[in-house]
Design a protein around this ligand. Structure first.
Ligand SMILES: Cc1cc2nc3c(=O)[nH]c(=O)nc-3n(C[C@H](O)[C@H](O)[C@H](O)COP(=O)(O)OP(=O)(O)OC[C@H]3O[C@@H](n4cnc5c(N)ncnc54)[C@H](O)[C@@H]3O)c2cc1C
Length: 429
């Protein structure tokens, strides 16, 4: 009899685990709380056949597991940005392209990245937040502000909360960033297509019990509360959500602690579709600013049509107030940026024609954007934290090698790792 596996959560991690286990001949059932697959991958299709991403968007050259799936499923990757050339800053009300940076500002940035690289080389996890470290190292004003905004932009975390040892990984981002043509949803759809009716939507899991030989999962369905039984389970939920489920299994103390305490940033992502790409008149790339809405970029750089979509994110503490009126805040920020970048007000004809927004901090099935490590947590949890216990295997971006945490790549790698682990167990049993 083939071994029965339950996978909980149809994000990229759960879909990957289910796909790989199915290919290896296991009998897989995948339970998902939402009425769609993909979790934090969610493409929004707006008018004029254009689209943007409410969740995951960019793919680095180092994201080899994702790139390999893209090849396997015949998905194309388009170049989104080349960094740092297309990275712009909006600091203290001034707009800076790379060419406009003064030698002094450039030197400040070089010094910052050199010091962060030193932390990485030493695999250091000092007991300091990014904000404390910036002060202790006397990082000069411009670089200090850029680093703070990158904490929001890259990790959705306040500089007063993120550990500098974890933040140091930001200095390793690749120079080229790509996107999946047709939207990131294409990837989850390709995986889901191969799983067919093994996926059960609208089926939130509430309780997981481990018995000697089996796993029993209690879930809600349209027929009421039901139980499902399996030999192993892959739990591919963010721990921000998992901490509210009942897990009756002999987890280690360190596992229970990490599930209860792992930090998650918050983020509101808003898409504005304009009838005309007015920003092309100025040198507008990926903008990182010291405004409540910290990052703005164009989603449609490789999409055709006169219209265009700008993506705007507000993260960390700022995102809580931005969540009240995200579209208005995004429009105001775009207008201010354009004024500073081009010395002209937004042309009246360039009205917003469609919008979409999502608040990941307020989403009951993610309860945050993605994980980050507070000071000391990296050291405490990375080497000593096992991602399995008995018949339970954990997956999700938060369980991936640290450089891939917070990325689709991390979710895919963790799903592959979970499948490999169960396959190895199954042979041993
Ligand atoms: C705003 C934003 C921007 C991002 N940008 C990028 C980017 O540019 N590039 C990149 O690579 N990554 C990006 N990411 C990160 C990326 O989206 C995630 O790392 C990845 O999608 C996480 O996948 P996952 O499977 O681990 O988790 P999820 O996608 O969260 O999957 C977990 C699934 O479990 C389900 N679930 C929750 N509770 C239950 C329950 N009780 N029972 C059953 N199912 C349940 C959820 O509905 C969800 O479908 C971004 C994320 C956000 C939020």
């Amino acid at each position: 009899m083939s071994k029965r596996i339950i996978v909980v959560g149809a994000g990229l991690a759960g879909l990957t685990a289910a796909y790989e286990l199915t290919r290896a001949g296991f009998d897989v059932q995948l339970f998902e709380a939402r009425d769609r697959v993909g979790g934090r991958v969610q493409t929004a299709y707006l008018g004029s056949e254009q689209y943007g991403e409410l969740g995951a968007e960019f793919v680095d050259d180092t994201h080899t597991a994702l790139i390999s799936y893209a090849t396997q499923f015949n998905l194309q990757l388009d170049v989104a940005f080349r960094l740092p050339n297309e990275l712009c800053y909006y600091i203290d009300g001034n707009f800076y392209t790379q060419e406009k940076l003064t030698p002094q500002q450039q030197a400040e940035l070089n010094d910052l990245y050199q010091r962060l690289n030193q932390l990485l080389e030493q695999s250091a996890d000092p007991p300091e937040t990014l904000a404390q470290w910036l002060t202790a190292q006397s990082i000069a004003s411009f670089a200090n502000k850029v680093a703070r905004q990158q904490s929001y932009g890259l990790y959705a975390a306040d500089p007063e909360a993120i550990g500098v040892g974890f933040f140091a990984h930001s200095s390793t981002s690749s120079n080229r960033s790509r996107r999946i043509r047709g939207g990131s949803t294409q990837l989850v759809t390709a995986l889901a297509h191969r799983l067919g009716d093994r996926i059960h939507l609208n089926a939130p899991v509430r309780r997981i019990q481990q018995h000697e030989q089996t796993i029993i999962v209690s879930l809600e369905t349209s027929q009421g509360q039901v139980e499902a039984v399996a030999d192993w389970i892959v739990i591919a939920l963010p721990w921000s959500v998992l901490r509210y489920l009942s897990i009756e299994a002999p987890l280690l103390e360190i596992q229970r602690e990490a599930i209860a305490r792992l930090s998650y940033g918050t983020s509101v992502k808003t898409l504005l579709q304009y009838s005309h790409r007015f920003w092309q008149q100025c040198n507008w790339g990926l903008i990182v600013g010291d405004t409540p809405l910290q990052t703005v970029w164009e989603s449609t750089t490789t999409q055709t049509g006169e219209a265009g979509i700008l993506a705007c994110t507000s993260s960390g503490t700022f995102s809580r107030s931005a969540a009240a009126q995200p579209v208005e805040l995004a429009q105001q920020t775009v207008a201010a940026l354009y004024l500073d970048a081009s010395n002209a007000s937004l042309p009246v004809r360039d009205r917003v024609s469609a919008t979409a927004t999502h608040d990941w901090g307020d989403d009951p099935w993610s309860r945050g954007a993605y994980c980050y490590f507070a000071p000391g947590d990296l050291k405490a949890w990375r080497s000593d934290l096992p991602y399995s216990a008995g018949r339970i295997v954990f997956a999700g971006e938060h369980t991936a090698p640290v450089e891939f945490c917070g990325y689709m790549e991390g979710a895919i790698r963790s799903g592959q790792q979970a499948a490999a682990q169960i396959s190895a167990h199954a042979i041993a049993f």
